[in-house]
Ligand binder design. Structure first.
Ligand SMILES: [Zn+2]
Length: 531
């Protein structure tokens, strides 16, 4: 049976930009649009021209994409003609392939929020669709509050959708704007809409307020809708939008969908999905969700000993899909409950061939257990584990030695009369026969130490220029007088690889220093820096 085409519409740059704490620059938006285009997204909604200077300049020139660059905006204002509405004019002037209008479809909102009549709202929809079509744009209509509106007044909600469809809109998108609709309701209501509008003209736009935006999107597809709107990593205001990073692999890898539908995402692009998801987090300066389905660092991580030995025999025993398909990797966690099979599997993954009776294996296991007992967490710190294993089983070159470091924190009143805190770090490093001294100021002692440490590593400097710290987490263990601090540092480099290192000490600076050192040494090992 021929597969049906299902279209993906991304609104990371428009609805996703509503997320608390997210402020995209024009450069960010263009970079994200390119990433979305590389994955094979059909529609990239990039903003709201006329609403703010960044979106206006984004749409001021042609931005060629494989997919359709889409501009978002309101239908003409009530009481105005289409030719006499500056908002609509800005939207029509935008250099976009498609225009996605938003219009109210809940009679209550039409009366209370828009303060107009139901009939005037319908003519505003018709006029706007007609004006955009006359400009040669493909037209979509987001029916705001469609599901709530449909429950209150099905005839009117349908009339709004139908008005756009009859006028020639390519897509009518049913929006669960408040995000409270449940999957069985979505399936039922979309099914009823499809009695009036063909499914290959109907889209779903779900918000995640009951954590079912992904399920709601699939419910709509089951009922016959053929366009899904969502965002990367589920970005969006409140609890976010439907997460395309979860939706795409499900469509590609679950037979119920993959045997019935084609999407614009190739198998090859799918294998870059984890990288794209993490690249967005990097751009937003956020730590990636370790537990994100498909792409999280823990999505294919297994801890218990019996599971680990089964996974080594056949990964399918405990994995719903192969991690490589989405660009992720299998991970067997090393922890104090770990058996030999975990350890062996993890060593195998990082490229150490060790016989299961090798006595060094017991030494490594003992060492891991001892160190975890005093606070190290190797299952979170994959890079520190790898260095520990390399030190015990093989070799890690002594690239450099920190002879001494000094960190000071000073609080004073500056020339403007403001109270400021300044941190200064001085590091003395020996690289071969060279003694290098670097100093750096930072916004805190750890930042200053990091900057000073990475300022000058002599002949190794070129290997660490792409190294960046992406997350820093501190935990105090065993509260009381014997409290120790555990620091986890996540780093990334120019290749997009992420790794985590750990340090433990009674002193937070010392714990941070250990984790920083491990990160730098790991980067040198991974880059094949000569000893
Ligand atoms: Zn929305």
């Amino acid at each position: 049976m021929p597969r049906e085409r299902l279209y993906l519409f991304d609104t990371t740059l428009r609805d996703g930009a509503q997320t608390n704490g997210v402020d995209f620059t024009l450069a960010d938006k263009l970079a994200i649009a390119r990433m979305l285009d590389e994955i094979g997204i059909d529609y990239v909604e990039a903003g709201y021209p006329g609403a703010n200077p960044i979106d206006t300049s984004l749409f001021a020139e042609r931005r060629p994409l494989h997919g359709k660059l889409t501009a978002f905006g309101m239908t003409r204002r009530p009481g105005r003609s289409a030719s006499n509405d500056p908002g609509l004019a800005a939207l029509l002037a935008a250099q976009a392939d498609a225009i996605c209008f938003v219009a109210k479809s809940w009679d209550y909102h039409v009366r209370v929020a828009l303060e107009t009549t139901e009939e005037e709202n319908l003519s505003s929809i018709r006029d706007s669709v007609r004006a955009a079509k006359a400009k040669g744009r493909e037209v979509l209509l987001d029916c705001e509050h469609f599901f709530d509106g449909y429950k209150a007044n099905p005839a009117y909600a349908l009339a709004c959708a139908k008005a756009a469809y009859d006028e020639g809109a390519r897509w009518v998108v049913l929006c669960d704007t408040n995000g409270g609709t449940l999957p069985h309701e979505v399936e039922k209501i979309v099914g009823e809409v499809l009695a009036k509008i063909p499914g290959d003209h109907v889209g779903i736009h779900a918000h995640n307020d009951t954590e079912q935006a992904v399920a709601n999107s699939f419910a709509a597809v089951r009922a016959g809708a053929r366009q899904i709107q969502g965002t990367l990593n589920g970005l969006g205001e409140r609890c976010g939008n439907a997460n395309l990073v979860s939706i795409i692999p499900t469509l590609k890898l679950k037979p119920d969908f993959s045997e019935n539908f084609d999407i614009g995402v190739s198998d090859e692009a799918l294998a870059h999905l984890a990288r794209v998801s993490h690249a967005l987090d990097d751009l937003l300066n956020r730590a990636s969700d370790r537990h994100a389905p498909y792409v999280g660092a823990s999505a294919f991580a297994t801890k218990a000993g019996i599971h680990a030995s089964a996974i080594m025999k056949d990964p399918a025993t405990y994995e719903h899909v192969a991690p490589e398909r989405v660009g992720n990797k299998r991970k067997l966690l090393v922890s104090d409950q770990a058996g030999r099979s975990n350890l062996l599997a993890e060593l195998d993954r990082i490229g150490f061939a060790v016989d299961k009776d090798d006595p060094r294996l017991s030494r490594l296991l003992d060492e891991v257990k001892e160190r975890e007992a005093i606070g190290y967490a190797y299952e979170a710190a994959d890079a520190s584990f790898e260095l520990l294993a390399r030190r015990l089983l093989g070799k890690v070159p002594r690239y450099f030695e920190v002879e001494k470091f000094d960190v000071s924190v000073e609080q004073r009143i500056n020339a403007k009369g403001e109270r400021v805190t300044v941190s200064l770090a001085v590091v003395k490093v020996k690289v071969g026969d060279d003694l290098l001294i670097s100093a750096a100021e930072g916004n805190g002692p750890v930042n200053a130490l990091d900057l000073a440490l990475r300022k000058d590593l002599g002949k190794y400097q070129s290997y660490i220029t792409g190294l960046a710290l992406t997350d820093y987490r501190v935990r105090i263990l065993n509260a009381g007088t014997h409290a120790v601090t555990r620091v986890l540092i996540e780093s990334a480099d120019e290749s997009g690889e992420h790794w985590t290192t750990v340090g433990v000490s009674a002193n937070i600076i010392d714990a941070s220093f250990q984790a920083l050192m491990d990160s730098i040494v790991y980067k040198l090992v991974k880059s094949g820096a000569p000893a």
